[in-house]
Design a binder for this molecule. Sequence first.
Ligand code: G3I
Length: 377
Amino acid sequence: MRKLLLTTLCFCVGMHIYAGQVSGGSSDSTLRKTIGQYFLIGTTLNGRQIMGTDKEGCEIAASQFNAISPEGCMKIKAIHPEENRYDFTEADRFVAFGEKHHQAIIGHTLIWHAALPDWFCTDREGKDVSPEVLKKRMKQHISTVVGRYKGRIKGWDVVNEAFADDGTYRNSPFYRILGEEFIPLAFQYAHEADPDVELYYNDFNLYLTPKREAIIRVVKELQRRNLRIDAVGMQGHLWQGSPTVESVERAIVDLAKINVEVMVTELDLTALPAPKKDLGGEAWADFEYDASIDPYRNGLPAEVEARWTGHMLSFFKLFLKHKDVITRVTLWGVSDGDSWRNGWPVRGRVDYPLLFDRNHQPKPVVDCIIKETSTKR
Ligand code: G3I
């Protein structure tokens, strides 16, 4: 395996150098012109990119990707911070960026227990509101936000992370107050606000069978009620040890059987040791800093980068193998310095999880992906 990874990298790195020489420092091919022809290849935009202060990041986002997702500006806490106040400043600029660069624009996310302002599910005394009040607030939020961008957004992550890894419902305020109904209600409200927009359920750790089966059950229930659901988003926050390509492939194959598209919605691959197994993208995780789990503060050793490249490439080979059902792969950030994984699940680390490095240069894996796309199709 080790020999294979190094061979793969040597070949790809050779390509990287060759491409640089041939086209004067940067390959003429881009991700959006190559793999972006088989499925949408996307990235998130953070506040600095949306407001235009990260010019190099904007240039990469515009030239390399044909889909964009908002890292934070469309979450409830950002876009609807108070019951009678919306703030569309960043969301409007985000949508305008996508339209300017002819990209598929993804809305993320309408209903999520995190990035949720206190007022949304509680009354003035801080107690859970009644089911009627919560339904009214969900309907008002969803119809206002989805309605504002009607006809301009390709699809919405309607509900994000409703399940625990064991397949039970997460004890979110939405579940506590409305039970299982909160998911069909959210999809119904989104469809009523824009009948033409695609609707997705988004979560992490779908390689865990109990969680995947719970999600498949809820998708089938939405379909039984004739509620629109176009895709399931598998977030793709990868670790060195897990999930394996095989376990992710099992998830893709299972999801393909229930007539939904599969989207890899938040792809990143940490180069760092995990403080705990199966953390997926669990927002609450916050482990104590220790230098022993932050080994590459001054850069990745060549062999570690070779292993990381081979590992990330193995997932892109999987996505290309299933391009008939995978319709989007989105990286959760433009370049390594942007990544939330520098601060999660341990604050203050230096990580290398994305396709572009801290100097906004394409890593060798970009040429490997382009090469893999052009030769294998
Ligand atoms: O904007 C404020 C800033 O004003 C303040 O000074 C600063 C100090 O705390 O916080 C800033 O907000 C931060 C926000 O990102 C914007 O940078 C929040 O604290 C921080 O919690 C938030 O983290 C985001 C997290 O979702 C929670 O919303 C991450 O950047 C983002 O990558 C992460 O993404 C989620 C997906 O939406 C869903 N799947 C899991 C994934 C990782 O948790």
